[in-house]
Design a protein around this ligand. Structure first.
Ligand code: DAH
Length: 359
């Protein structure tokens, strides 16, 4: 038997393997139980001791060489297989989005995203609360007295408690202000949050729907003034309406949960029936705000001698209608695809201050 011939024959078979299955067949044919090297090893028993030793060493080195060649070839084949798969699986990320994706973002979602982006850049972060609230969070903690007319003013939807017990009655939250309460109860100042979400009142006409959206703002610390409130809202309005300096008017008002309270109007023009924000000498109300009432702080477990802050509440539909010229509130919830096509927004462009709010 010529060991060198055997070796080159086996190595040739290994390098001829073109895939992992072929390589394994070559391995079995060489080193397997019935393989050529194994058979040659068995043949050694007929040799004289000296001869057997040198032939055995030679065969062992063939075995090692073949095993090493198999490992090397295996690595080559695996790499080639991976490369082939990568080529076949390649995605062309520069291809346009499939033309049939025509979905649009609802103006409410778009407006919420814009509001979150603007206040987010100022350092306020988002909190949420339940839509079904109890009397304490929706009214009591917010300094609505038991028989306060404001409770009726809000056209509240009442839900019956378990077993009809009046003391367990819940309400659909009439505003996002209960999220203020929940945040102050669970977090330590400094607090800088906004709470966007759904709100409910029993009311329906061109400017009211039973479900609508608000965003609440709350900032609490040891040194917060009405000046901070004005600066915050000015910056918001400029960014949101994309106008250099929107004229703002703070009108004294009343809310049980703030003192002093104000309603904020933005300057606009209605010439020729067209609304333009930031010019002209008309005013349009957009939100309510004020300094958090000391009773509210106390009700939420904060010491009013140590902390104070401001809060505001704004209707999302209202500011969406103003910015995007949508005339009738009820159309927001008609689920009319033509309306959505007209007023909707590109779904893949998230609102961001850096890229311009509106895609
Ligand atoms: N919750 C009020 C409403 O729904 C809006 C509001 C006014 C919220 C003043 C506030 C605020 O936080 O300070 O009409």
């Amino acid at each position: 038997m010529n060991v060198d011939v055997l070796k080159s024959e086996l190595l040739a078979e290994v390098s001829a393997a073109t895939d992992l299955a072929g390589l394994d067949a070559a391995r079995v044919a060489a080193l397997g139980k019935k393989g050529k090297v194994t058979a040659a090893m068995k043949g050694l028993s007929g040799l004289a001791p000296e001869e057997r030793k040198s032939a055995g060493q030679a065969l062992n080195s063939v075995k090692d060489a073949v095993a090493a060649a198999i490992e090397a070839r295996k690595a080559e084949l695996e790499e080639a297989a991976l490369e082939k798969q990568l080529q076949e699986d390649r995605l062309d990320m520069s291809l346009p989005v499939r033309p049939e994706s025509r979905g649009k973002l609802h103006p409410i979602s778009q407006t919420m995203d814009e509001v979150v982006a603007i206040f987010g850049a100022m350092g306020l972060s988002v909190r949420e609360g339940p839509n079904i609230e109890d009397d304490f969070h929706n009214f009591g903690a917010l300094n609505f007295a038991e028989e306060h007319p404001a409770r009726q003013m809000m056209d509240t939807f009442y839900l019956q408690g378990e077993d009809g017990r009046a003391d367990q009655n819940k309400v659909l939250r009439t505003h996002t202000s209960p999220v203020q309460v929940r945040t102050m109860q669970t977090e330590k100042p400094p607090i800088r949050i906004i709470a966007p979400g759904r709100t409910y009142r029993s009311d329906y006409d061109a400017t009211h729907t039973p479900m609508f959206h608000q965003v609440e703002g709350l900032v609490i610390d040891t040194d917060i003034t009405f000046g901070h409130l004005k600066g915050c809202l000015q910056e918001f309005c400029d960014a949101y309406f994309e106008v250099d300096h929107v004229p703002l008017r703070f009108r004294p008002s009343y809310f049980p949960f703030t003192e002093p309270s104000a309603e904020v109007d933005i300057g606009c023009s209605r010439k020729g029936g067209e609304l333009k924000i930031g010019e002209g000498d008309d005013w349009m109300e957009i939100l309510g705000c004020g300094m958090v009432h000391p009773n509210v702080l106390t009700n939420c477990g904060l010491d009013p001698e140590e902390y104070q802050g401001f809060a505001f509440g704004m209707g999302i539909e209202r500011i969406a209608m103003l910015k995007y010229g949508i005339p009738d509130l009820r159309t927001f919830y008609d689920a009319d695809i033509r309306w959505l096509k007209h007023y909707g927004f590109a779904p893949l462009e998230a609102a961001s201050l850096e890229r311009g709010l509106t895609p």
